[in-house]
Design a protein around this ligand. Sequence first.
Ligand code: ARG
Length: 261
Amino acid sequence: MKNFKKVLALVLALVMVLSFAACGGGSSSSSDAVVYKVGTEPTFPPFDTTDDAGNIVGFDMDLIAAIGEDQGFEVTFENLQFDSLIPAIQAGNIDIIAAGMNCENDERREQVDFSTPYYESGLVVAVAADNDTILGVDDLTPDMKVAAQIGTTGADAVTELAAEGKIKEAIILNGLDTAMLQLINGDVAAVINDLPVTKAYIEKQPDAIKIVGEVMNAEAYAIAVQKGNTELLEKINTGMANIQANGKFDEIYDKWFGEEA
Ligand code: ARG
């Protein structure tokens, strides 16, 4: 019996050592759960936004929190400019990026590691609701200013249009809220941005903005970790698969997108 207790104590000690070793990175909270810092840019509803009290909330926040709950880690959110997210994770200032970030991008894939994708998206052109001359990207002309958010795929598209001389100027802004405001004020002729996010802005101001033309540049959103952090990446992928299987993912989806598919 004595020996049994000794063996039990040894096994318990080993389990503790192993579970600590498996934690790698992050810091410990009072409850001893690892806390990972999640960077985002919250002018991107319904994925990354703020509530009335200024807290960072959204589909991405619920998603990573649910993955953490499944995998035994906690999260805190950091508000960064979109083009600062990858540098911040490279510098080790944040552990995770959850920001509606497209993973089908070679440059980003060299800089960070991506989880399995969780949302299929694409870019669209938005114009003022009363604009009846721009019916799609081909109607943008060399006298027009077109806005997008810094560091995004939309910014790449707008910059390319400017380089090709198809528009007058690419207006690259820090926040999408500012881009949409400039559109409503008539400072820019169009905004190029992700479809579901532009839809969310339209829902807030249905008479001010509209989407024109086809969806361009298909993309897939994924969660990013520091390059080489396979341990955290595996937790995220396992947690993602688990919550997709047990209905939690669908619950979060319905919360932020309604029942529509
Ligand atoms: N999907 C686009 C990209 O990956 C835009 C993402 C912007 N996200 C944000 N949280 N502001 O470049």
